[in-house]
Write a protein of this length. Sequence first.
Length: 289
Amino acid sequence: MGLKEAASFGTSGACVGNSPRRMNPCGKDAAMSYSTVLAVLAASVLEELKEKIQALVEPFGEEITAAVVALPSHGGTPAAVRDFEEWLAQRARELNRQVVEFTYNHAESEKPQLLPHDLRFEGSLYRRLNQKTRNANVATRFGKIVLWRAAYRDDQTGESCLFPLERQLGLVEGATPALADRVARAMAETGATQQRVLAWLRAEHGVDWGVKKLRAFTQTQAERMEPFREACSVARLLELLEQARHSSGSCKPVLAVGRDGITLQSQPLGFWEVATTATARRICRLAAA
């Protein structure tokens, strides 16, 4: 059994993204469950996997060895050392990008015929297409990759398509969970602007997004996180109050609640909008004046 024939994310009992809803295969050609796939990989294709990974990594090892040997010949100057580290960081990122691309493309059978013929999702029946389709805009922490995934078309409308592998990987507007977490944190930082985040994204992760893409991602991620926002905010506030309770001083801890906001002029219409938010400030025990 080949690597790609065995490595398929089973859809039986597999959660869709972060939702508790399930995709249930129907038909006699249902794929193996995910746990079965892991067992098959471990038992049948481990050696083949090692060979493929070694073939992927070997050229990078040769490049790095040559660069290490060549560094003393450049005099070991500060400029040469800087260039060496910058080059090494770039090559490491490219290696990681290729490893991620290899891994995700081997997470589903290369042959669509080995996957379930039909899937039910949110009350609709989806039928598998005969050929995999290409998504060249999957963004990871190490840059963009090309993902080949099986597609399932709505059996009733014939319009929308479902991509189980993308849901299994947890993509958010084409971004993997690791990158999505970093972009969301960058957008939430004080003083963050769209252009600053986009520049950081290109420099640190090799991902070239535009403003429209960043806005779509931010909206989607905010909607996905909203159900957890209140519980996380309360837990964080209780943690801060507990720290204040154990602080030194003769006064009681203080929790000051208020609101803050900014006024923005919208262009090109020129009208003004006000954005407000609730604020909570913890004050630890202080010595009486």
